[in-house]
Write a protein that binds this ligand. Structure first.
Ligand code: FPP
Length: 240
């Protein structure tokens, strides 16, 4: 049973396995991503109902540009479709959409769609749904370091003043951006047990739960099971 009093504040998900799901069914990879989007919608709903404050999904990494042009443009078309079909429900549910990463490089129509979702939901106070788009953990740290170096150059701070918080605050998850902080739990589907450049600084104390299901098969019930695994692990170290 889930302990409603110990729901993690921030959960991040590496939604892996859309391609293998499609291959197993003998359908195009994009059909896998479409099924993945449907799974994502259900997980957002459940995260909201469970009272999770921040849900981050890894939708498109800085490395995903290496995929075929057709697949890349198909994923961004899905993003547009997602905003079109879900924005009303997202508003009704008081969900706020944010982006982790640098969306300026994504196709213009997808960018417009994302900006609309961000602007329309800016005052919503419920679940914050962070979509990692053109996000990479190393790039996140590089940007933070670069902005700190700039402030040192301008004489605003000195090197001795740099603390861990100085770095955390400047990451996409930091106070100066989305404010979602570090995830207590990171879930990866499809049986792969890697971080693949997600939230590298922020995962220092995260619990990892790896599940074998391919992402389109990941249901809200399986999501709750993963949170239960997290809660059971935490209980063991309850004294800490
Ligand atoms: C990983 O599966 C999935 C992605 C890189 C894309 C994630 C996209 C969605 C879940 C749907 C679209 C949602 C938005 C917000 C655009 P994979 O293709 O790496 O699977 P594989 O490892 O089996 O090939």
């Amino acid at each position: 049973m889930l302990d409603a009093d110990r729901i993690p504040r921030h959960v991040a998900i590496i939604m892996d396995g859309n391609g293998r799901w499609a291959a197993a069914k003998g359908v195009p990879r994009l059909a896998g991503h479409n099924a993945g989007m449907k799974a994502m919608i259900e997980i957002v709903d459940r995260a909201d109902k469970l009272g999770i404050k921040h849900l981050t999904v890894y939708a498109f990494s800085t490395e995903n540009w290496k995929r075929s042009a057709e697949e890349v443009s198909g994923i961004f078309k899905l993003l547009i479709k997602y905003v079109q079909s879900e924005l009303k429900k997202i508003m009704d549910n008081n969900v706020r959409i944010r982006i982790l990463g640098d969306p300026s490089a994504i196709p213009q129509d997808a960018l417009r769609s994302v900006e609309k979702a961000i602007n329309d939901t800016a005052d919503n106070t419920g679940l914050q749904f962070n979509i990692a788009l053109n996000y990479g953990g190393r790039d996140d740290i590089r940007r933070a370091v670069s902005s700190i170096a700039e402030e040192v150059r301008e004489g605003k701070i000195s090197p001795e003043d740099i603390t861990e918080d100085t770095i955390s605050d400047r990451l996409y998850t930091g106070k100066e951006f989305t404010g979602c902080g570090d995830p207590e739990l990171i879930i990866r589907t499809s049986g792969e047990e890697r971080l693949s450049n997600v939230l590298l600084w922020q995962c220092a104390y995260s619990e990892f739960v790896f599940v074998d299901d391919l992402w389109p098969d990941f249901t809200p019930e399986k999501f709750e099971k993963a949170i239960e695994v997290y809660q059971n692990r935490n209980r063991r170290y309850g004294g800490r």
